[in-house]
Design a protein around this ligand. Structure first.
Ligand code: UDP
Length: 234
């Protein structure tokens, strides 16, 4: 799907009868899903999986099922929030550190008049607090639930609680609240267009370097699948 098509699908989903889970998958997450069965299942059973990064789009082209474009979690979250504000759809924000969440909320409310944030909770809760949190989300009755716990925790949270969560569009949006809060900057557009946002994020935050090990492994797996499909053809 293109970004516009994804947005259009989500607009019907937030009035729908059940949870509509959106995974915005990057190369790291896709690679991780090869070894993490719960993540793989959460992704398989999600209602929509988009390519969060350039790696997913490149892989789709190499493997002969090209995706039209990148639909990054942050960009999708912004579009959904703008649309939710315009349509009066209630929003629940879950994730990030408490002070980041508060800054994100006040920035969003200042930037998007009409945005109805009907509830929020930071992302550092114990498993024993989950039932109370789920009850809070249900009572708030959001049409749009943004979950910013980082991958794969956010995907697993939505997947595990799909039956308990109220009907809504639920999207895992990674570090988006840090950007809303103004604590983290997105890469300049030309870097995003060049498919190098991952490199920009590593340069800005070298502690992410360890996670980048997944990128060559992801590419290796894509090439392995491409070559084995070629062998089967011949
Ligand atoms: N986070 C959270 N609870 C946790 C761990 C992380 O709410 O137990 C938040 C963290 O504060 C940050 C986001 O999840 O806002 C993860 O951001 P990151 O950029 O690492 O996510 P990515 O997009 O790379 O998955």
């Amino acid at each position: 799907m293109t970004m516009e098509e994804a947005l259009c699908t989500l607009r019907s989903a937030w009035n729908g009868p059940r949870v509509f889970h959106v995974v915005t998958a990057n190369a790291e997450m896709i690679h991780r899903s090869l070894a993490d069965r719960e993540l793989a299942e959460a992704m398989d059973k999600a209602e929509l999986v988009t390519a969060d990064g350039a790696g997913g789009v490149l892989a789709s082209r190499i493997l002969g099922c090209p995706l039209p474009e990148r639909v990054a979690g942050y960009d999708l979250a912004v579009k959904c929030l703008e649309q939710a504000a315009a349509e009066g759809v209630p929003v629940f924000l879950l994730g990030a550190r408490p002070e980041v969440l508060e800054e994100a909320k006040s920035n969003l409310q200042a930037q998007m008049p009409g945005l109805q944030i009907v509830g929020s909770h930071h992302g550092y809760f114990e498993q024993s607090d989950e039932m109370e949190l789920l009850h809070r989300i249900s009572s708030a009755g959001p049409g749009l639930l943004l979950v910013a716990l980082g991958a794969p925790a956010q995907e697993k949270f939505i997947f595990r609680h799909k039956k308990i969560l109220p009907p809504c569009a639920a999207i895992g949006v990674g570090g988006s609240f840090d950007v809303f809060a103004g604590r983290v900057k997105r890469a300049p557009r030309w870097i995003q267009r060049g498919g190098l946002e991952w490199l920009y994020r590593i340069c800005r935050n070298p502690s992410r370097l360890g996670r980048a090990r997944a990128l060559p492994l992801f590419l290796y797996e894509v090439l392995r699948q491409y070559l084995s499909a070629g062998e089967k053809r011949h």
